[in-house]
Design a protein around this ligand. Structure first.
Ligand SMILES: [Zn+2]
Length: 376
C-alpha cells in the first residue's frame, strides 16, 4: 500500500503502517474517552484520555495479532508473506502465493477471526479480574471495550463475503464442494460485491436516520466492494489460465538491451516492443540486471531520455517476481500482484533466463484460452 511506513518486522514478517492508522487510533480513543468510560461522562479528564489512548493502541495490536495469525499459518503451509499493512479499515496480509488445497485455504482464513475471538475471551477474563481485584472503573471499562470490539471484529470478519475472512472460508468450502478453485473464488467475490453494495446503500440511507456515523458503514462497504471486484477479476484470470504452463504464456527470449544504453537509443530500437511488452536489461557480461517497461521509458521527458540510461530506468532484478517455465501459469497472477504487478522473469531448470511474463501476456493467453485456441 502506498504512503505506508515500515514499522518493523515481527517474526520475520514486515509490518507496514499506513498514515490513516493515526486517524483510527484518534477516532477509537475519542470514542472510548467520550462514550465508553463511565468515569466522567461527556467530560473526560486527563486519566480518561490516557486510558483511551492506551486502549486504542492495544486494539491496534489486537488487529496486528489477527493479521499475524493469517501470516504464520500461511507460512506453515509454505506460503510466504510479503507484508502486513495496518490501515484505517483494519489490516491486510499480503501473501506471496495461495493455498493449493481447500483445507489450507480454510485454515489460513479461519485463524484470523479465531484469534480475535480468543483475544475477546482474554480481555473479558481480564475485565472480570480487574473488577474484583481493583474495582478500578477506568481499567474495567477499557477492558470491556477491548473485548467487545474484538468480538465484533471476529463476527464481522466471519460474514461470508470476500475479501472478508468469511468470504475466504466460503471460497474454501465451495472449492472443496465443486473441486474448482476459480469458480469458488468468483462466487465468494460476487458475494462480497453484493455485501459491499448493500453496506453502501445502508450507510447512505443511515445518514438520514442515524447520522454521520453511518458514513463509516458506507465507506467500509465501498472498500469491500472494490476489493471484491478486484478479486473477481483475478479469479477469472486465474480460471482462464488453468491448464497452461508459464512457458506457454511467456514471451520467450525477450529482447535485451545493455544497461549503459540511453533511453533514446532504447526507444529507437524497441519502440514497437515497448508498446505492450518488456525488455531485459543486462550488464556488460550479458547477465540480466532488471527489466525495462514501456511506462518507465516514456515517463522521463524527451530531454531526460538523452541522458538517462536503461539501468537508471529499469526495475532492478531483486524487485521482480520469478517463475520456472514448467510451473502452472495461474500461480503467476498472485505472485505478480504481490510484487505490485511487476513483470516476472522465467528461468528454465538450469537457471537460464528463458522468458518474461507481464499482465499483457497473461491477458492475451487467457483470452486465447477462453476462445479455445490453446488446449492446455
Ligand atoms: Zn482476517
Amino acid at each position: 500500500m502506498k504512503q505506508s511506513a515500515r514499522a518493523g518486522t515481527v517474526r520475520g514478517i514486515a509490518v507496514d503502517i499506513h498514515w490513516s492508522v493515526l486517524l483510527i487510533v484518534a477516532l477509537f480513543a475519542w470514542e472510548l474517552a467520550e462514550y465508553q468510560l463511565p468515569t466522567h461522562p461527556g467530560h473526560p479528564d486527563a486519566a480518561d484520555w490516557v486510558a483511551a489512548v492506551v486502549g486504542a493502541i492495544v486494539l491496534l495490536l489486537s488487529l496486528l495479532a489477527h493479521e499475524m495469525a493469517h501470516a504464520l499459518v500461511a507460512r506453515r503451509d509454505g506460503i510466504q508473506t510479503r507484508s502486513i499493512t495496518l490501515f484505517v479499515f483494519g489490516g491486510v496480509t499480503q501473501l506471496e502465493g495461495e493455498a493449493d488445497n481447500p483445507k489450507a485455504d480454510f485454515r489460513i482464513a479461519a485463524v484470523g477471526p479465531a484469534t480475535s475471538a480468543a483475544l475477546a475471551g482474554i480481555f473479558r477474563g481480564a475485565e472480570a479480574i480487574a473488577g474484583v481485584a481493583t474495582g478500578h472503573s477506568l481499567a474495567v471499562a477499557t477492558l470491556a471495550w477491548l473485548w467487545e470490539v474484538n468480538l465484533l471484529l471476529a463476527g464481522f470478519n466471519l460474514i461470508p463475503a470476500a475479501p472478508l475472512d468469511g468470504g475466504r472460508i466460503l471460497r474454501a468450502a465451495l472449492w472443496r464442494h465443486w473441486g474448482d478453485r476459480s469458480r469458488a473464488a468468483v462466487a465468494a467475490a460476487r458475494s462480497g460485491r453484493y455485501f459491499g453494495l448493500a453496506l453502501v446503500v445502508l450507510g447512505v440511507l443511515g445518514l438520514f436516520y442515524v447520522g454521520i456515523t453511518a458514513l463509516w458503514a458506507a465507506l467500509i462497504g465501498f472498500f469491500l466492494y472494490s476489493g471484491a471486484v478486484a478479486e473477481e477479476q483475478v479469479a477469472r484470470l486465474q480460471g482462464a489460465l488453468v491448464g497452461l504452463t508459464v512457458r506457454q504464456v511467456m514471451t520467450p527470449d525477450p529482447p535485451a538491451v545493455r544497461g549503459s544504453a540511453t533511453l533514446v537509443a532504447v526507444l529507437a530500437m524497441f519502440e514497437w516492443r515497448l508498446r505492450t511488452g518488456t525488455l531485459v536489461v543486462t550488464d556488460a557480461a550479458g547477465t540480466p540486471t532488471g527489466v525495462l517497461t514501456g511506462q518507465a521509458v516514456r515517463k522521463p521527458s524527451a530531454e531526460q531520455r538523452q541522458e538517462m540510461t536503461a539501468d537508471q530506468a529499469a526495475i532492478p532484478i531483486a524487485l521482480l517476481p520469478t517463475a520456472r517455465a514448467d510451473e502452472p501459469a495461474r500461480v503467476l497472477v498472485a505472485r505478480m500482484l504481490s510484487h505490485d504487478g511487476r513483470p516476472a522473469l522465467v528461468f528454465d531448470g538450469a537457471g537460464r533466463l528463458v522468458g518474461v511474463v507481464d499482465f499483457h501476456d497473461l491477458e492475451r493467453a487467457a483470452s486465447y484460452a477462453i476462445g479455445g485456441s490453446i488446449e492446455g
